[in-house]
Design a protein around this ligand. Structure first.
Ligand SMILES: C[S@@+](CC[C@H](N)C(=O)[O-])C[C@H]1O[C@@H](n2cnc3c(N)ncnc32)[C@H](O)[C@@H]1O
Length: 235
């Protein structure tokens, strides 16, 4: 069953957001370190921002997404497949050198199966990179709190420790977001055969902070997390 996704909203309002170009995609490239000519699977490629950046680094990408409108743009940057994640049955074992998911895991119900399927389709020793909104700050009920005295931004944790869902407005649709505490995510990745190589946390970047005082006050709050794993499956 396809997920409701407002592709037109994504294309006009989010894909063009400078924070994406300045913060999200650079974090992907820092974590993935694409090897020229290697083939990477973009899980939930959207309109292809990640694929473009991987291609610009001299590597190749194959995209998959459930949204046909977004795929029509992404195909300018490489081959694409319409699919409903975590379903990767259309791809053979060890078919790609690495895989990545940018702001996608939080939309996937059965993320454990996605991690297992990624381990099946990536070569032994290959990489998986996950870029996500930091789960410590996106639990149901979480959000910024502004101290009226000095303007300091702190954070309401919400229901961090329990896996849960929240419904977020996204253009003309409401999206279901899946929250998992970091331990749940890392344990599932380990059980699927992924060995953690690096974990990077980033707050809003310089340009974002300059544009938006609320983001400037969050410079020390890690809004994004990047995870790099190696496929530890025996060769
Ligand atoms: C926040 S967007 C990120 C798009 C892209 N990774 C990027 O960084 O530009 C999430 C993407 O995940 C896709 N998506 C959500 N659930 C999906 C599923 N179950 N199977 C395939 N794609 C899915 C949506 O269509 C959308 O393109």
């Amino acid at each position: 069953m396809a997920v409701d996704w407002d592709a037109h909203w994504w294309l006009s309002q989010v894909a063009t957001d400078p924070n994406y170009r300045e913060d999200v995609i650079p974090l992907l490239i820092d974590m993935l370190r694409p090897v020229p000519e290697d083939l990477y699977l973009d899980l939930g490629c959207g309109e292809g921002q990640g694929m473009r950046a991987v291609r610009a680094a001299g590597a190749r990408a194959i995209g998959c997404d459930q949204d046909r409108v977004l795929l029509d743009q992404a195909r300018l940057d490489g081959p694409v497949v319409q699919c409903h994640l975590p379903e990767l049955g259309w791809l053979g074992e060890e078919a790609v050198d690495g895989a990545y998911a940018v702001l996608v895991l939080e939309h996937i119900d059965d993320f454990e199966r996605l991690l297992v399927e990624a381990a099946r389709t990536v070569v032994a020793g290959g990489v998986l990179v996950i870029i996500a909104n930091h789960p410590a700050f996106t639990a149901p009920g979480a959000g910024p709190l502004i101290d009226p005295g000095d303007g300091e931004v702190t954070w309401r944790w919400g229901a961090y420790l329990a896996p849960g869902t929240s419904v977020e407005p996204a253009g003309s649709f409401n999206l279901m977001m899946y929250h998992r505490p970091l331990g749940t995510l890392l344990t599932a990745a380990g059980q699927a055969g992924w060995m953690l190589e690096a974990l990077v946390e980033r707050g809003p970047g310089d340009a974002a902070a300059e544009r938006d005082p609320l983001l400037a006050a969050q410079r020390n709050i890690p809004r994004l997390i990047g995870l790099r794993f190696q496929n530890a499956a025996p060769p």
